[in-house]
Design a protein around this ligand. Structure first.
Ligand code: ATP
Ligand code: MG
Length: 429
């Protein structure tokens, strides 16, 4: 067994921690964390995501003194792991031994077929040996965690995205307009979601769409999906965005209210942000609300490009269950229409969708759900657009205020559990 060359008490004094991330069938990557005790579960998942960009990692394991593997999928379990680890560090210090790094084993949701075929951009030790020497990587310092996604966005946005740099992987889903793929961006080593839409339009219209999409580079909100670029190849456009490993809300079954509340807060903030830029979403629905294992909730597929919306509409004409009554009857679309769709989106996970056009606005039964929640949905779904809450009223609504506590761990834990459940139902690959 190899030890890190840290002197006695060194690690505890500086609260420094070296986490050795084991790469399946390969070596390991060492990550030096400078504020170990403050480390959050999602920070670790984030780094694992950088080390293993092609896997969807929802949890990781560590070994206890008997060699049993213990799973970590929440901040509480992180705390338990760290306190166990620090107790072993103390023991090593007392015995005058050098301190061993904390070894963790990422657990992928789906084992990726091929791994590392394009060469990871992290400092890995080659070879299958568990006993490879310590490779303290300076490519993943803890303070770069927050920066990395903004930097990546800049790199991707400046370097033009193009088809040659993208390797399409799994299909994430089909919509009315196109297909979304999980894809690997070779130069950055990052996983993206790429939406490919077939559009038989003139070069002129293609240019118009590209310039209308420019505004997406300026969208900078943690409640809006990151945009990395778009390009046309022949008669199809590829729109590259941030990949959200929890997918969209429509695939989740009944969502408990304390989770739904935090999701609603993020959605309201995302919409308020778009409205402040004078952008109407125009397609608010659960499949356009994405979640990830870090507990983030982001909106996607909003109508920034009129030309793109029009071109897609030519191939698809219809209404959907989330459209406001005034929109279905061809009247003017406004913020209020987005608010209607917001209300019905949050009603749907509760499986209480009712007829929306001709009948009275649906009302949720009080008792089963909290009064503020029922009131929130009922207000959003007022028949008269002007009676629906304005943006500032949404933010000030008791249901939103109640859950506006920035507690991403609630959503993170729920997403991780749901993914785990889905994985166990699918059985071994
Ligand atoms: P519509 O075409 O009517 O808007 P939709 O939203 O279901 O329907 P798409 O937008 O094509 O259709 O998306 C298909 C599916 O791809 C979504 O339901 C979602 O699960 C998945 N998806 C889309 N974007 C991402 C992303 N950035 N990260 C992860 N999954 C995504
Ligand atoms: Mg969509």
């Amino acid at each position: 067994m190899l030890w890190l060359p840290l002197g006695p008490f060194h690690a505890m004094e500086n609260q420094m921690l070296v986490i050795r991330i084991k790469i399946p069938n390969s070596g390991a990557v060492d990550w030096t964390v400078h504020s170990g005790p403050q480390l959050l579960f999602r920070d670790v998942l984030d780094v694992i995501g950088q080390v293993l960009p092609e896997a969807t990692t929802t949890a990781f394991e560590y070994e206890d003194e008997d060699g049993d593997r213990i799973t970590v999928r929440s901040d509480e379990e992180m705390k338990a792991m760290l306190s166990y680890y620090y107790s072993t560090v103390m023991e090593q210090q007392v015995n005058g031994q050098l301190i061993e790094p904390l070894l963790i084993f990422p657990r992928a949701c789906k084992p990726p077929g091929e791994r590392n075929i394009h060469g990871l951009k992290v400092n890995t030790r080659a070879g299958p040996s568990q006993h490879s020497g310590p490779a303290v990587s300076d490519s993943l310092p803890s303070n770069s965690l927050k920066k990395s996604s903004a930097e990546l966005k800049k790199i991707l946005a400046n370097g033009q995205m193009n088809e040659q740099d993208i390797r399409y992987r799994d299909t994430l889903g089909h919509g009315n307009g196109g297909t979304v793929y999980k894809a690997y961006h070779v130069p950055s080593g990052k996983i993206l979601a790429v939406k490919v839409i077939l559009l038989d339009i003139t070069l002129e219209l293609q240019k118009q769409i590209m310039s209308e999409l420019e505004i997406l580079y300026k969208c900078d909100s943690s409640y809006i999906i990151g945009f990395y670029g778009a390009f046309f190849v022949e008669n199809r456009i590829s729109i590259c965005t941030e990949f959200m490993d929890g997918g969209s809300l429509d695939v989740y079954r009944k969502i408990p209210e304390h989770v739904l509340g935090r999701i609603a807060v993020a959605v309201v903030k995302g919409l308020t942000y778009l409205w402040s830029l004078k952008i109407l979403h125009r397609d608010v629905k659960p499949s356009n609300m994405l979640v990830n294992t870090r507990g983030q909730v982001k909106l996607c597929d909003f109508g920034v490009s009129t030309q793109l919306v029009n071109s897609i509409a030519k191939t698809y004409v219809g209404t959907n269950a989330y459209m406001a009554p005034e929109r279905i009857s061809g009247e003017q679309y406004g913020i209020h229409s987005d608010v209607w769709s917001l209300g019905i989106s949050f009603m749907e996970p509760l499986q209480l969708l009712q007829c929306i056009v001709d009948e009275d606005s649906p009302v949720l039964p009080v008792g089963e759900f909290s009064e503020p929640f029922v009131h929130f949905i009922t207000q959003c779904m007022r028949k008269q657009p002007k009676e629906r809450p304005a943006p500032e009223e949404l933010m000030g609504h008791p249901f939103i205020v109640q859950f506006n506590d920035g507690n991403a761990a609630v959503v993170s834990m729920w997403v991780c559990r749901a993914l785990e459940e889905r994985r166990s139902q699918q059985g071994p690959p």
